[in-house]
Design a protein around this ligand. Structure first.
Ligand code: ATP
Length: 323
């Protein structure tokens, strides 16, 4: 390997810049050339590829978003698109790739690598924490902190007005943000796609709180067809609580922004270094993961295919702590 290309793809996540910095600097430290690819897989197809020196990644560790930009690229889903991507990439002298992104981005990486037989290492960059084989993903901790701060503010108004708030958080069919966000913000309940909660169960939870003379309630709801989202859920339980003023807040894209937390910067830095070490060790088609503070290599096929288990005990924790 002489020249390593790096790209960010899918939804942006805080800490992606710290990852770009770590990959670039570790690669240069080890004598590789580095090229930054703009807008995810799209930049491979449109040939937006820039030589990276150590200075290109100066002063970005603290920035949210990604300096390489990101995009969703339909053309890369086709064999013709990937052929063009491969031709541009090799013409630029790139002979290995580091891809930072979520589930979709790593699926694309897996297909691309197997079609053209060249090394790709992936890094889990998504606020959703939904990649199998890693305890956490780059961006998750920052998003969790953003949710906690937002809920703290909503709590002030909720208790002043005796309101029942349904707060929708992101997660793309995964409940990690809702579940741990609920614990961190002291919410009454978390409604997550992994575990069905019947309306009467939810009513009981909220009703219990009300009887114990709580003057407000907060429920975190993961965005998902399975939960119905905050709006759907609020509609379903509204009639049961005439005493409460039911409100819905959808936190939306604030969850993806902001300066990365210390944990995310450290994780991104360690994983970035590990991605180059993986290539040096001859690893290919693996995602860097972290398990019990140890960096590990997870084959793409495992990281993508398996559903990451959620800790069901945490729902009970929420229940006990909200009496
Ligand atoms: P997030 O979880 O944050 O939304 P993601 O990486 O899952 O991020 P996607 O939009 O699913 O985001 O994927 C990003 C890009 O990866 C797609 O726009 C496409 O270019 C590529 N990609 C996804 N799936 C495939 C696939 N099966 N084959 C080829 N390319 C793919």
């Amino acid at each position: 390997i002489k020249c390593i290309g790096i790209l960010t793809s899918g939804g942006d996540a805080p800490g992606m810049n710290a990852a770009i910095r770590a990959v670039t600097r570790t690669a240069i430290y080890n004598g590789f050339e580095v090229k930054g690819i703009m807008r995810g897989y799209k930049g491979l197809i449109t040939n937006e590829i820039i030589p990276f020196k150590t200075q290109n990644v100066s002063n970005i560790i603290q920035q949210g978003g990604t300096i390489l930009k990101t995009a969703r690229c339909m053309e890369f889903m086709t064999p013709e698109g990937r052929k063009l991507a491969y031709e541009n990439m090799t013409a630029q002298g790139i002979d290995a790739l580091v891809v930072i992104g979520g589930d979709g981005s790593l699926s694309g990486a897996r297909i691309f690598a197997s079609e053209y037989n060249f090394p790709i290492v992936g890094m889990p960059g998504t606020i959703d924490n939904d990649l199998f084989g890693t305890d956490t993903t780059i961006g998750y901790d920052t998003a969790l902190n953003t949710i906690m701060e937002a809920v703290d503010k909503i709590r002030d108004t909720a208790s002043s007005h005796e309101r029942l708030f349904f707060i929708e958080v992101m997660g793309r069919e995964a409940g990690f943000l809702a579940l741990n966000g609920a614990i961190a913000s002291g919410a009454e309940a978390a409604i997550i796609p992994e575990i069905a909660t019947e309306v009467d169960q939810l009513s009981e939870l909220i009703g219990n709180g009300f009887r114990k003379s709580k003057n407000s309630s907060i429920v975190l709801v993961a965005e998902s067809e399975l939960t119905g989202g905050a709006t759907g859920l609020a509609e379903r339980v509204k009639n049961e609580f005439p005493q409460y003023d039911v409100r819905v807040t959808i936190l939306g894209h604030i969850q993806r922004g902001g300066s990365p937390s210390a944990s995310d910067r450290i994780l991104a830095s360690r994983m970035g270094e590990a991605s180059i070490n993986a290539l040096l060790e001859g690893q290919r088609n693996v995602m860097i993961g972290i398990q019990n503070d140890e960096l590990v290599y997870i084959p793409f096929s495992k990281a993508i295919k398996n559903q990451k288990p959620i800790n069901r005990d945490l729902l009970n924790t929420i229940k006990i702590l909200s009496i």
